[in-house]
Design a protein around this ligand. Structure first.
Ligand SMILES: [Zn+2]
Length: 102
């Protein structure tokens, strides 16, 4: 999915902030299950959209995540908010991407 959202990063080493800016984040969510449910799903795509896209789109990620909204932390947050998720790939922009996997 794609999410349009802004973030402002804190750099602890210099105790400085990156200016607020936005990205069209490209997010790939991986889920797994030993069996499909009675409707033939691992997870209903609409439930993932509601849990992730509808919560993050057009927000300042700093208002949603309770940590520094880095690409890495965003990938972890998404994984923690999707049932049966085991991996999330997040692309901030070309060359800047992170994978979180449990
Ligand atoms: Zn950024």
């Amino acid at each position: 999915m794609e999410v349009s959202a802004s973030h402002k990063l804190h750099f602890s080493a210099s105790d400085s902030w990156e200016p607020l800016h936005g990205h069209n984040w490209k997010i790939t969510i991986y889920c797994q299950s030993e069996e499909l449910d009675e409707d033939g799903f691992v997870v209903n795509f609409l439930d993932i959209e509601a849990a992730i896209h509808d919560v993050l789109d057009h927000t300042d990620l700093g208002d949603v995540l309770d940590c520094n909204p880095s690409t890495e932390n965003l990938a972890r947050w998404i994984c923690e908010h999707v049932d049966k998720c085991y991996r999330v790939d997040v692309v901030e922009c070309s060359g800047n991407e992170a994978t979180y996997e449990i």
